[in-house]
Design a binder for this molecule. Structure first.
Ligand code: NAP
Length: 310
């Protein structure tokens, strides 16, 4: 599909892209750039690309498609660095979990004649780094684009085709809407998980060994989310602040109402809520976004083919 693809950032997402690009033969040349020499060496040992550099500007030279896969707080600095080296007519995209902030950071640096199309694959695990990636990560997952008013439809179609070849389904959205949707489906669950695991860690009356020993009772399902990369999630919180604060306010209100129902013994209210929420999980399984297994995705991360089969 492309003569040269440059991957700036080669962690979980970048290295999964490298693997699927190679498997599907989507590029003649895969140029890899990452900040640290250690990560670069590891990417080379894993044979993820055709060329390797710690200079993002060097890697993007002559590339038809440039995919930036770095923490969202660094996307502006990366755009500034690569801008003078981008080929006219190239497609520049990203995979960042927040869109309004990434657009505000990157867009001012994008030169005339380069097609900037912000994107976000809704696929991931709690692991990070080049070893964590796998070619099937994007299989049957959504990739959301938040095109800008001046986005070229042909470039958008070409990028959509690329992501379809990676296994994804495509959707487009307004950046603000994306940030609101993601605040509830992804950002809030991670914040709740970080919070509950932190609370358990602080408990005095229950020992840490008991928390670990009896974790299958529910706790461990939060620990998977709470094991996610701290840099990535710090940046998500700081760069989707407004939408997250709005969702947190609603969440706190609903939690207070649940707390009141427990205090006043309102069993009917509890039963009604727990019945309503059960159907949400059923819909997720029916939509092929989860397997009907009691391990909440851990097996899926290790064996993504199970997800593809639904
Ligand atoms: P990751 O595994 O931690 O890899 C991050 C990559 O970015 C590494 O190559 C790292 O380089 C580089 N990097 C880190 N800080 C940087 C900086 N300040 N300047 C330039 N490069 C820097 O992260 P990831 O999970 O692939 O996430 C990458 C992006 O994908 C993020 O924007 C995230 O929001 C988005 N995303 C993640 C998921 C997920 O579940 N993980 C899902 C969808 C989208 P070095 O190792 O060389 O320092």
């Amino acid at each position: 599909m492309f003569e040269k693809i440059a991957l700036v950032g080669i962690g979980l997402i970048g290295s999964s892209l490298a693997r699927v690009i190679r498997r599907e033969g989507l590029a003649g040349h895969i140029a890899i750039a990452t900040r640290s020499l250690d990560t670069l060496k590891r990417a080379e040992e894993l044979g993820l690309g055709s060329s390797y550099s710690t200079s993002a500007a060097e890697a993007v030279k002559g590339a038809d498609l440039v995919i930036v896969s770095v923490p969202v707080g660094s996307s502006g600095a990366v755009a500034e660095e690569i801008a003078p080296a981008l080929k006219p007519g190239a497609i520049l995209t990203d995979v960042g979990s927040t869109k309004g902030s990434v657009i505000a950071q990157m867009k001012p640096h994008v030169p005339e004649g380069v097609h900037f199309i912000p994107g976000h694959p809704l696929a991931g695990t709690e692991k990070s780094g080049p070893d964590a990636g796998f070619a099937e990560l994007f299989e049957n997952r959504w990739c959301i684009f938040t095109p800008l008013p001046d986005t070229d439809p042909d470039a958008l179609e070409k990028l959509s085709q690329f992501w379809r070849r990676c296994g994804s389904n495509i959707d487009t959205m307004d950046p603000d809407h994306h940030d609101m949707v993601l605040a509830i489906v992804s950002h809030l669950p991670h914040i709740i998980a970080y919070n509950i695991v932190g609370t358990a860690d602080d408990l005095q009356q229950v020992t840490k060994s008991e928390v670990i020993k009896y974790s299958a009772s529910g706790f461990r399902d939060f620990t998977r989310l709470a094991a996610s990369d701290p840099t990535m999630w710090r940046d998500v919180c700081l760069h989707n602040k407004d939408a997250i604060l709005e969702m947190l306010a609603r969440f706190s209100e609903d939690l207070a109402s649940l707390q009141r129902a427990i205090r006043w013994g309102d069993g009917e209210k509890l039963f009604d809520l727990f019945t309503r929420t059960r159907t949400i999980r059923r819909s997720i399984i029916d939509a092929g976004q989860e397997v009907d297994a009691p391990d909440f995705g851990r097996q899926v991360a290790a064996h993504p083919e199970k997800l593809a089969k639904g």
